[in-house]
Design a binder for this molecule. Sequence first.
Ligand SMILES: *Cc1c(COP(=O)(O)O)cnc(C)c1O
Length: 473
Amino acid sequence: MDPEEFRRAGYAVVDWIADYWTTLGERPVTSQDPPGTVAAALPTAPPTYGEPVDAVLADLDSLIAPRLTHWQHPGWFGYFPANTSGPSVLGDLVSSGLGVQGMLWATGPACTELETVMLDWLAGLLDLPEKFRSTGRGGGVIQDSASSATLVATLVALHRAGGGRWRQAGVDRRYRAYTSTQGHSSIDKAARIAGLGSDGVRPVEVDPATQAMRPEALRAAIEADRAAGVVPAIVVATIGTTSTTAIDPLPEIGAICAEYGVWLHVDAAYAGAAAVCPELRWTHAGLAHADSYCFDPHKWLLTGFDCDAFWVADSGELIEALTVLPEYLRNAATESGAVIDYRDWQVPLGRRFRALKLWFVLRWYGVEGLRAHIRSGVALADRFADRVAADARFELVAPHPFSLVCFRLRAGDEASAELLARVNATGRVHLTHTRVEGRYTLRLAIGSPQTRQEHTDEAWDLLASAATEILAC
Ligand SMILES: *Cc1c(COP(=O)(O)O)cnc(C)c1O
């Protein structure tokens, strides 16, 4: 494909995406086709001779688009949002076009330096503690996901807990990670990958009313482990748990971590974006205690997957834990000590130029544009929750500080599960569920860029009329 062919095909692809976004609201949110439908419709081997991009676009229309789960749909309320946006796509397109590998400063000076500055911009935007800025010993890096951020935090924490010898000696003692019973599954996965074994994570009890970690239970767990000769390595506290957006009490947890010398990682994958709004920064109280922190601009901040922003207070410790320098990567810039080589801040060696999409997004929306996006999600969630609270057949299940509302029918688990199935079958909305204190709970997570009041109102109307049908049976 020469540059002129690329130009023509590229315009057609951009048109295709713009048309997709324009018609999104008219499509069913999820596909109703059975498993295997897409695979059966595809040829069993690639074409022998090349085909024009138009042929691929035609198949995108007929084969792929109808069998998608449309995460950018205005009726998308499942899991957490996974935003994308025009400027994000354009930034990613430039990144793809450049094809730069940013593993070392020397392999992409602008790739590295733009990333450092974007993470400092974001730290300022969220008003994160000063220690996370690159101007001191700290700094930020883009990981592919919050799961990777937790893995990296676990590795550095182990390095510290092992007195800096963990990397050399391997796991010679028993180390343990702590998170609440509501902590994300990626914490278990990180502990497994890091070699902590199947009991490497100790789940800490939560307060049943708030679903937030109970600090006394954390202290008791740490003390019991220490008495048994296990080394407490890391506590992962969550701002905005995946199930209900509970907020762990960082001031108390931080004090316990400081007392026992345990690494504190704060996982704010979804809810971190809320801190762009000064009125929501109370959710980050106590973050000054954290050794590391991450949030996903790819969830609620209009930046396409993958983009997790991860900060550490001491990048020296991180580099010490992860650096490996083979001869073929040696270069004068690295040796000068004056540059950042982000390969030492992550698991893989290679890395894409992801700072570009952040740069495009931050410049296109500006601080106020991003705040408006968050505020609209929070306001719509408040409005929806008011409707739930005003209907005696329903109950709210947990606080809703962000844009997730958890609720259920008072009639019980079966009725609530039936309610979810019925509203999702309309194809107009898509919600998912969780269990809170064992009870089936519906989740309505707002944050798709196209979602407006008319869409959350429609979701409520569908839920209310489905409830009428179910309760009449
Ligand atoms: C979504 C989520 C994650 C995982 O996010 P990825 O970026 O997909 O790895 C981790 N922690 C919490 C609290 C989450 O909500």
